[in-house]
Design a protein around this ligand. Structure first.
Ligand code: AMP
Ligand code: MN
Ligand code: MN
Ligand code: MN
Length: 286
């Protein structure tokens, strides 16, 4: 069976646990032929992933998962086939990285008040480089025995109404799409089922995405159920959007989401990877 591309993965450049090289090697071993590295708000892992991909014969799509605030919620937009040299994209992401640093300090202060000292330092030990996120705090808190697993720690510490939650604003949908398009990329809504939007609100999001030049949404995702595949395949068809597929792999700590196991898109979808824009955005013939 022909493997479908995996267009949503993370490395240690954001909150994954495998280095870009290890991720590429793991993908190749799992039979993946086309892989997008889409770390949160950073391009820092792409060059290493490209080197590893060139050695292994894997087609690596340079990508990014941009954090956006829309409709009072955090929405993630995956940019595929972005030019990592784009100053517009780099400057935009630098703003999000600065916000992340401030937010991390604030999470640390709030957790200290709740009786968990040293959380910022603990989270930093789990973060490989410049980027720090809630997952790094979650790993520290699990290690400290504050909760049994990542899911539990998010639920009790890191979401709205909990001690380590910091309300705040990422960037706008319009700005995120502007950066992705300035870098020649294709913009896709990540894991739409995760937002718990009503049908009306989802249609409004898809409408605004299209108004800003966005092209697609993830239909097959590691965080979607089988029913979700069909719900979002239908949204894609109704709105004339391209369908994407990605595991949202963060490393072997979540063994139920493995690389190379994505099911095919439901019938009637137009896959983002067959669109002419995808070939040009990700380097034709690469
Ligand atoms: P951040 O962008 O730093 O706010 O963190 C968002 C990341 O946290 C997501 O990309 C996931 O990797 C992780 N995450 C969010 N919610 C959960 C959850 N309930 N269980 C495990 N990981 C989660
Ligand atoms: Mn993540
Ligand atoms: Mn996401
Ligand atoms: Mn992701």
């Amino acid at each position: 069976m022909l493997k479908i591309p995996d267009l949503h993965t993370h490395s240690t450049a954001s909150d994954g646990t495998l280095s870009p090289t290890a991720l590429v090697e793991h993908a190749v071993a799992a039979g993946v032929e086309t892989l997008a590295l889409t770390d949160h708000d950073t391009l820092a892992g792409i060059a290493e992933a490209q080197d590893a991909a060139a050695r292994c014969g894997l087609r690596l799509i340079p990508g990014v998962e941009v954090s956006v605030t829309w409709g009072g919620r955090t929405v993630h937009i995956v940019g595929l086939g972005v030019d990592t040299a784009s100053a517009t994209l780099r400057e935009g992401l630098a703003g999000l990285q600065a916000y992340r640093l401030w937010r991390a300090e604030e999470i640390g202060r709030r957790l200290a008040k709740a009786g968990y000292d040293g959380a910022l330092e603990g989270a930093r030990r789990h973060a490989a480089g410049t980027l720090i996120g809630r997952t790094h705090f979650a790993r520290f808190l699990v290690q400290r025995g504050a909760a049994s697993d990542l899911r539990d720690v998010f639920k009790h510490f890191l979401v709205a109404g909990k001690p380590g939650h910091v309300p705040g604003e990422w960037t706008t949908l319009e700005q995120a799409l502007g950066w992705i398009h300035a870098a020649g990329g294709i913009a896709v809504i990540a894991h739409p089922a995760r937002y718990d939007f009503t049908r009306t609100k989802m249609r409004r999001l898809l409408g605004e995405l299209k108004e800003c030049g966005g092209r697609g949404l993830e239909v097959v995702s590691g965080s979607h159920s089988r029913d979700d595949y069909f719900v979002y395949a239908r949204h894609a068809r109704d709105e004339g959007l391209l369908a994407s597929a990605g595991s949202d792999y963060h490393g072997p700590e979540k063994p139920w989401i493995e690389l190379g196991r994505l099911p095919p898109l439901p019938d009637g979808c137009t896959p983002v990877w067959t669109a002419p824009a995808f070939a040009s955005a990700s380097g034709a013939g690469a």
